[in-house]
Design a protein around this ligand. Structure first.
Ligand code: BGC
Length: 444
């Protein structure tokens, strides 16, 4: 099997008209920094054919997208056949264009009816998730080889229950613990349900073994000052919690979602103990960051307060090359994260990697440098099987609104017209060259 080259998207960020989920309600309440709402987004709902053809025109052979639960089940127990049909058309088009689908079942949004009961902290969250996953598996399972149960559970739980940058925007350590437990239970239930339900395979990828994993946001935490012991220690603590806790939990190791004096430990999820509940690990990698103590005086420093402690994260230093969002561009961090994940002995996909760059001044180099890191890691034995660029097209960047431009294709939001950025051609050339490591096909 050839190395997988793809792009990634998520339902709420591109489809438009997703008004039955928690984000929509939150947007309407004025929580998006720019005051925008997702509304018709990129109108992918009507323009998916053009979008998928654009992806295929780069020579890609895979596409990662998410299914919007709130479209399939807008009211509890009420399933919308039209929504199933629409996703069926996406998968058919993938088959026609040779884009192996990787389907994400949960990418930040939840049906509003479920969010109202407590969302991922609701005691029956995993049961409800199971019902949805089973329906999806029965409908599409035979044709989809690659699955992500959840996208970035660590970021979601912190964003929703600590950092207040996602609905329900709480700041409550106990709910952080409950959120991790709920997400881990849901992940395990989805892993088992997919494997149990998908017993028959058909279509162009029927011989590709079913692989279920999750997409994990990873950050290369570094001390702001190289010789500061306190910052070095803080970088370690952030790393252990943010990067490692989920990896350990899904590989059957000790579940440790607590941080001394800051976050209480949730109860263990028994179903995840002592066994692997992933067939691969997806890495979403964007940047490095600097944990720090106390507000920073330096001009331009972004500081995020961590709960009520003077603990924060600086996203960049003056000398860093940064994206439009102020995130430092740091390809070596990807190599580092891959090497770390490779220790778990599982196949790896880079399920997201991209840059907010409206003028397209960094994107081409960004892709080349990150792909080189993959090549290097592969030549040292890491089993990296695919790369998904974030994103195919500009989209609704959550709390930041439509400002940040992550797309290979630029979107004019007034006409919804798509225009390829120059970097599309660079990505197409990389794909054509067959890097990383042209001499090594990955074997499934
Ligand atoms: C998320 C995407 C998001 C991207 C850029 C990832 O954390 O999965 O939904 O658009 O980062 O911020």
């Amino acid at each position: 099997m050839k190395f997988l080259w793809g792009v990634a998207t998520s339902s709420h960020q591109i489809e438009g008209g997703n008004s039955a989920n928690d984000w929509w309600a939150w947007e309407l309440a004025g929580n998006i920094e720019s005051g925008e709402v997702s509304g018709s987004a990129t109108d992918h709902r009507n323009r998916f054919e053009e979008d998928l053809r654009n992806a295929a025109s780069l020579g890609l052979n895979t596409y990662r997208f998410s299914i919007e639960w709130s479209r399939l089940e807008p009211f509890e127990g009420h399933w919308d056949q039209e929504a199933f049909d629409w996703y069926g058309r996406i998968i058919s088009l993938c088959e026609q264009l040779g884009l192996m689908p990787m389907v994400t079942l949960h990418h930040f949004t939840l049906p509003k009816w479920l969010a109202d009961k407590g969302g991922v902290t609701y005691e029956h969250f995993a049961d409800r998730f199971k019902g949805y996953v089973r329906k999806v598996a029965l409908t599409f399972g035979s044709r989809v080889p690659l699955w992500c149960t959840v996208n970035e559970p660590m970021l979601l739980v912190i964003g929703a229950y600590m950092g207040a940058i996602m609905p329900p925007a709480r700041s409550n350590p106990k709910q952080v613990a409950a959120g991790h437990r709920g997400m881990l239970k849901a992940h395990v239930v989805a892993y088992d349900t997919l494997h149990k339900t998908i017993t028959h395979r058909e279509g162009p990828w029927k011989d590709v073994p079913l692989q279920v994993g999750f997409a994990h946001n990873m950050i290369d935490f570094q001390p702001l000052h190289r010789f500061s012991v306190r910052e070095w220690l803080m970088a370690k603590v952030f790393h252990r919690y943010y990067n490692m806790a989920w990896l350990r939990a899904v590989t059957g190791r000790r579940q440790n979602f607590g941080v001394w004096f800051v976050l209480p430990k949730p109860r263990q999820v028994w179903a995840a103990r002592g066994r692997k509940t992933v067939d691969f690990i997806g890495i979403n990698y964007y940047m490095k960051a600097y944990p720090c103590w106390g507000p920073q005086k330096e001009e331009g420093a972004q500081f995020v307060q961590f709960h009520n402690l003077p603990l924060g994260i600086r996203f960049s230093r003056a000398q860093d090359k940064v994206s439009d969002l102020g995130w430092p561009i740091h390809p070596r961090g990807l190599g580092k994260m891959i090497r770390l994940v490779a220790r778990f002995g599982l196949p790896i996909y880079v399920t997201e990697n991209g840059v907010a760059d409206s003028r397209d001044q960094f994107r081409a180099q960004f892709i080349q440098d990150h792909v080189s890191e993959i090549a290097r890691a592969r030549s040292r034995g890491a089993d990296v099987r695919g790369y998904y660029h974030w994103s195919l097209l500009d989209n609704f960047e959550w709390i930041k609104g439509f400002g940040p431009r992550f797309g290979l294709w630029a979107v004019d939001y007034s006409t919804k017209e798509r225009t390829p950025r120059a970097s599309t051609q660079v990505y197409a050339q990389i794909v054509k060259r067959g890097d990383p490591a042209p001499d090594r096909d990955v074997s499934f």
